[in-house]
Design a protein around this ligand. Structure first.
Ligand code: PAF
Length: 300
């Protein structure tokens, strides 16, 4: 595994590979790697000739009350995990290197960040977009892989790439789950025994509504979807709903009448762990379902 700290050095190296016709897959991280990151690497390796990973704790995406300095870091362990996972290039810039030229402008996202987790983190996604845009310019990947556990982040990056015509394909990779369906998260260790037994119910609620909406998309508005999920969650004897939302994906623009691809997302607070989860659902009726329906109506 090759390790670079300077923007220009890695840029030159990657450009050489692109000239040889190699495809570049990119996994952007803030380090402290876990199974989710390693799944992204696996997917990138499956789809691309070379995999570049960045580890950079981006100060721009931390709010004043979120402690940038206390974000967990373990570069030695990360280097080993990245190497074992088969990363070809590891980019490890310092904050000074990344923001060497003081930014003279910023990315101001105008849609999709005042909902879901973005509502309680003003400015967070502007900071994410800024660093991801810079990383895309430095690495120039063909495909960039992000976990759908944070579907709002993937949506924001997809919208950024569309808005600025960035020639990168954004690949949302499915959430890694425990056997019982609970989304893997470093926060799961904070669950009590009883909470851990209940936690898979979050994904069960999402999966149940996904099935219903896919079967009968015309019967569900945003309000109804939210109500079905909330009713299920309210049956849980512990914890509180933070939010449940259903939004068009990737625009995330609030709309009562939903169609096409939608994101159904929730955040749920147990005593010491706030868990998030989501599903992406297609509200498009499939062609053959129309045919069957029409045929039935003809004979009845
Ligand atoms: O998801 C993350 O770890 C970060 O938000 C990202 C995409 C690496 C940007 O700093």
């Amino acid at each position: 595994m090759n390790i670079y700290q300077l923007k220009n050095d890695i840029r030159i190296q990657i450009r050489k590979h692109k000239e040889e016709g190699k495809t570049i897959g990119f996994v952007a991280t803030m380090g402290y790697l876990h199974e989710g990151h390693l799944t992204l690497v696996q997917e990138a390796k499956r789809q691309c000739d070379l995999v570049v990973m960045s580890i950079f704790v981006n100060p721009l995406q931390f709010g004043p009350s979120e402690d940038f300095d206390r974000y967990p870091r373990d570069i030695k362990r990360d280097r080993q995990l990245a190497e074992e996972a088969g990363v070809d290039y590891l980019f490890l810039p310092t904050v000074d290197e990344m923001y060497k030229e003081k930014p003279t402008m910023a990315i101001h996202i105008t849609q999709g960040t005042d909902v879901l987790c973005g509502a309680s983190r003003p400015g967070h996604f502007n900071g994410v977009a800024m660093v991801v845009m810079k990383l895309f310019q430095i690495i120039q990947p063909d495909k960039a892989f992000f976990g759908l556990k944070d579907a709002q982040q993937v949506a924001v990056i997809e919208n950024m790439v569309t808005t600025f015509e960035v020639p990168v394909e954004v690949m949302g990779v499915d959430t890694v789950r425990e056997k019982d369906g609970l989304a893997k998260s470093s926060r799961n260790v904070y669950l009590t025994k009883q909470e851990r037994v209940l936690a898979p119910k979050l994904y069960e609620a999402l999966s149940a509504v996904k099935k219903k909406v896919e079967q009968e998309p015309e019967s569900y508005s945003r309000d109804e979807i939210v109500k079905v999920v909330k009713n299920k969650l309210e049956e849980l004897p512990l914890g509180d709903i933070d939010y449940v939302e259903a939004l068009p994906y990737p625009s995330l623009e609030i709309n009562e009448q939903l169609s096409g691809k939608i994101l159904i997302a929730l955040a749920y607070k147990f005593a010491k762990a706030r868990l998030i989860d989501n599903v992406i659902v297609s509200m498009e009726r499939r062609e053959n379902e129309h045919v069957t329906h029409n045929d039935e109506s003809k004979t009845s």
